[in-house]
Design a protein around this ligand. Structure first.
Ligand SMILES: Cc1cc2nc3c(=O)[nH]c(=O)nc-3n(C[C@H](O)[C@H](O)[C@H](O)COP(=O)(O)OP(=O)(O)OC[C@H]3O[C@@H](n4cnc5c(N)ncnc54)[C@H](O)[C@@H]3O)c2cc1C
Length: 342
């Protein structure tokens, strides 16, 4: 059993082992320091905004970016929120993502309004939570480039200074008004820390095994791995892209994930890499197109290279979270290289 504590770094909460006697009880995780969640409500909690009602008890399952943000906003509205996380906050996709944000790339699709709202909300949160320093939030330009091996250099292309090689096409696909980025691990930890410190959210470590239903099939809490039952009037399932495999969700609804890989590099001279995100199409000298890549330089001195989604949904994805259950004090957010599933 472990607890979380603030590290000496103001930005990164490290994972610290605690002495054995504390293992006897479920330990509250004291962080002193795009999938929608599924919400199961009890019938009595459906009229929630009446100020005379006592605050709703909400159990949020999963401390990825979705669970952390859900906890933050519900607690801000006055709910009593407990987050249950089986491993560590932001240990899975939310700690490993590119952290790229776009205003209008979902336009004309079902997520358009959500994506637009989310983009503006990120700008607002960055002002509120010191985003640029706390989690490397910044607005940036985004370019689509085609690189072809052995092609003659094309004159007149507007390329960032740090890009060399035979680019045959370059076009702007995002401006500082429409694209931005953040460090997803730091963002998730920051918003969860703020929810704990400012709005009294409780984070506990445990694996949700079952949603308990009371009479009338309404949610009344969750059972966790050691048999303890956490009671709540509302249960939010935010257990990530592979949670359809879990018995908690299977049968309830269909969730599918896409596998994405990323490599995080640390250039020798990070300052030489400018604030431009790249969407790369790469062709061999023979003209064969390889998988597209996305390149996200971060102000933290890393460059994230993402390999764009497989074109079919993966249904065999294993959840590959970085469970530091060995109790070491690694901060995996800062690995120089990592390959992970989402
Ligand atoms: C390489 C990569 C690059 C990406 N790039 C981008 C990008 O640039 N922009 C973008 O918007 N999105 C990007 N994504 C997608 C984005 O990361 C995900 O959509 C997002 O992080 C999902 O968040 P989540 O909270 O739903 O899931 P997760 O981050 O997977 O969190 C789920 C949490 O639930 C916990 N959990 C699971 N089961 C249980 C249980 N039974 N009990 C208790 N806890 C449980 C897990 O331990 C985990 O902490 C990328 C993803 C990957 C992998």
């Amino acid at each position: 059993m472990t607890q979380y504590s603030r590290s000496t770094s103001p930005l990164i909460c490290r994972y610290t082992p605690i002495p054995v006697p504390f293992l006897l009880r479920r330990k509250q995780i004291s962080i002193n320091h795009k999938i929608h969640p599924i919400i199961m409500q009890s019938s009595s909690s459906s009229s929630s905004s009446n100020p005379t009602e006592s605050p709703k008890k909400v159990i949020v399952c999963g401390a990825g970016v979705i669970g952390a943000c859900t906890a933050y906003f519900l607690a801000q509205k006055g709910a009593h929120v407990t987050v249950v996380e089986k491993s560590a906050p932001a240990c899975a996709a939310s700690g490993k993502a590119g952290g790229f944000l776009a205003l209008d790339w979902c336009d004309n699709g079902p997520l358009s309004a959500l994506a637009r709202r989310s983009f503006y909300l990120h700008g607002h949160l960055a002002d509120l939570l010191s985003g640029p320093t706390a989690y490397a939030f910044r607005r940036l330009e985004t370019l689509a480039l085609t690189i072809q091996e052995a092609a003659p250099p094309k004159q007149g292309l507007k390329l960032p200074e740090w890009v060399d090689g035979p680019a045959t096409r370059a076009s702007s696909i995002g401006t500082t008004q429409t694209t931005a980025q953040l460090h997803p691990y730091l963002f998730t930890r920051k918003i969860l820390d703020t929810a704990v410190e400012k709005y009294g959210v409780t984070v506990v470590k445990g694996e949700v095994k079952e949603v308990r239903l009371s009479e009338g099939n309404v949610a009344s809490g969750v059972a966790v791995d050691d048999g303890e039952v956490l009671l709540g009037e509302c249960v939010v399932l935010a257990m990530g892209p592979w949670s359809a495999k879990s018995t908690v969700i299977s049968g309830l609804c269909r969730i599918s994930g896409l596998k994405v890989h990323s490599i995080v590099l640390r250039p020798q001279v990070p300052e030489a890499i400018g604030p431009q995100a790249l969407s790369l199409r790469y062709k061999t000298a023979e003209g064969v197109s390889l998988d597209d890549h996305e390149v996200y330089p971060r102000p933290t001195g890393q460059v994230v290279i993402g390999f764009v989604y497989e074109d079919k949904e993966s249904d065999d994805g294993d959840e590959e979270s970085d469970d530091d259950s060995d109790g070491d004090d690694d901060d995996d957010s800062d690995d120089d290289e990592q390959v992970c599933g989402g």
